[in-house]
Design a protein. Sequence first.
Length: 268
Amino acid sequence: MVNPALPRPPQVFVNSGATELPDDFIKHLVSGLTDLGILNVVMDRDHEWWGRDVDRIFTCIEESTIALVIFSPCYPETEWCLDELVKMKERANNNNNKLLLVIPIFFNVSKNDVRNFEGEFGDRFMELRKRYTKYKYDPFRVQRWETSVMTISRTEPSLTWETQSSCIPLAMDIIREVKKKLDIASDPGFSLPSEFHNDSHSKLTNGEVFVSAFLVAFLFRLFIARLVFTDITFFGTAKWLVCFPVTIVVLYQLHCALTQQNSRAPDA
């Protein structure tokens, strides 16, 4: 019988979704993690209940010490994979005694494409976004996906594999990073890296900012403009109702970029 007072052995959760991972890569990764004392490596798609029992896979994430997020061009093909990513972001942001450490891995895809939703990755994400606009009962589901991708993809350290050569060296690099994470987590003074406490990662999406600014512009025209201006024709035109929200979105993105840059600047 397992003693509940004993610490839970480390578990690694691998979030890869539709990514086709070579067998030799998986073999070396699991073998190397086992050598580190990680006896339980959970591959999300290796279970028959993946994509059907969301509560069960969320439990696996909650029980994990480290999560490996393997981004690829076909990563955003299923909503389940992105739901897992949202859960991992929540766990990584939850500053309690059960911290989840996340390592993003860019498998045959560039960091820029993932972070900015460009290239094949961006195209597939947009296709998924269009397909799931039917979820009216949870209108912010896609926005949570987008925010989680932006947050996790910017986490460091990260690893990249963009060549057609053997990916075994990538497996070895992952094992080394996991060992570093475990060594850090064993430090009594450990706390999450600053990336997960930065408010810029929980920022609003462009769509949310645009809609909010549009409502402000519309309400201004409806209630305030007539009290200040004698001619309010301009405030009913596209120049006001569209250009004002677009300007706010641009200013907001500039603010976020400057905030992120300042937060990463080395201390003087």
